[in-house]
Design a protein around this ligand. Structure first.
Ligand SMILES: C[S@@+](CC[C@H](N)C(=O)[O-])C[C@H]1O[C@@H](n2cnc3c(N)ncnc32)[C@H](O)[C@@H]1O
Length: 338
């Protein structure tokens, strides 16, 4: 018997995002309780809806982080030293807040390579169109976070570059991970970075529950449309037969885990066939599909997470209301993660 190990390029060519979506939908809707990962929210329509969410009066996150980066952007960048900078933006979205940092870098005439990594091709296409004509070195990657990180590590090994690196994980993206997954993600990040590199992570802080509930249940129903769009996506990409009007968005705060949790709830008993999966899914009346976690943090949780993953804290930058904090961490390679 003989065997052969696929090369990295061969493995990459076999990784098909549509197949991954299909297998996750099959797995997630076959489970009890049913679940779908929030990473599938962002098809083109999902990315457009998320841009509208960021402009909603109830969705305080964007305004808070905008304020932090306009007031402290230059200070944050100064902490990374004066070398040419690779600015890596994980889950970059429309990059609107990152522009504040790019403007500050331009003002400092610092040499910069901007590397947005996002699973949504639509988001990256929009972002590169917006940045066209800025004379910026842009190397966007359409990929899931972990493959993007792997790509980054390989690239840097080949290039042997002397750039300082600042990895952005803005907008409370980290909140979609539960604590073990957040820790695993940060350890992975630590392992591809070099001693002295920095990461800037947005953490949504624990606060009055009414504010949280309002942010995920906005009056105009944009968050509901964003959540329900996942079913439209299954219909469009996998030949699903969801009657979307028979589901409703429901978002609540779990006081024990400290997370906002979002669901799509079937308002009647029904069967839904998904052609590409050759499968029919049964929903009991009022049965939920879990679609998102958004974990909220206390400052002490952030410090513990940094230490566990091998980073030291270079600074906390909260907004004026204390709703949100961008936390700047430095990679420490001399000591191992806790
Ligand atoms: C909540 S938005 C935040 C966008 C931006 N960072 C901001 O602060 O405005 C999340 C972004 O991360 C991307 N994303 C979500 N899950 C991802 C994953 N697992 N891998 C890569 N990108 C992901 C989405 O496509 C989306 O553009």
């Amino acid at each position: 018997m003989s065997y052969r190990v696929l090369t990295a390029a061969e493995r990459e060519s076999l990784a098909d995002p549509r197949e991954e979506f299909a297998s996750e939908v099959l797995e997630g809707l076959s489970q009890t309780p049913k679940r779908l990962s929030s990473r599938w929210f962002y098809d083109d329509e999902g990315s457009r809806l998320f841009q509208r969410i960021m402009g909603l009066p109830e969705y305080y996150v964007t305004g808070c982080e905008h304020q932090v980066l306009s007031s402290h952007g230059a200070e944050i960048l100064a902490a990374t030293g004066g070398k040419p900078l690779a600015l890596v933006d994980m889950g970059a979205g429309d990059g609107a807040k990152t522009m504040l940092l790019l403007d500050a870098l331009e003002a400092q005439q610092r040499d910069v390579r901007y590397v947005p990594i996002d699973i949504s091709e639509g988001a990256l296409a929009g972002l590169s169109a917006r940045l066209a004509g800025r004379g910026l070195r842009l190397e966007g990657v359409v990929s899931e976070y972990f493959s993007g990180l792997k790509w980054l590590g390989q690239q840097d090994r080949q290039a042997g570059t002397d750039e300082a690196r600042l990895v952005l994980f803005l907008g409370s993206n980290i909140g979609n991970f539960d604590r073990p997954r957040a820790r695993a993600f940060l350890l992975r990040l630590w392992s591809v970075l070099r001693h002295g590199d920095h990461v800037l992570i947005g953490f949504d802080l624990k606060k009055d529950i009414e504010l949280l509930l309002a942010a995920y249940n906005d009056k105009q129903g944009v968050t509901a449309a964003f959540n329900l769009n996942l079913l439209h996506r299954i219909n469009a990409e996998l030949g699903g037969h969801f009657d979307v009007s028979r589901f409703r968005h429901f978002s609540t705060y779990n006081v024990f885990s400290g997370a906002m949790e979002s669901y799509l709830v079937s308002q009647a008993e029904q069967d839904v066939h998904v052609d590409a999966l050759h499968a029919r899914f049964h929903f009991k009346a009022w049965e939920p599909i879990h679609t998102e976690y958004s974990y909220k943090y206390l400052p002490a949780d952030i410090e513990r997470l940094a230490e566990e993953a091998g980073f030291s804290i270079a600074g906390h930058f909260p907004d004026a209301k204390g709703y949100f904090v961008d936390s700047l961490w430095r990679v420490e390679k001399e000591r191992s993660p806790a």
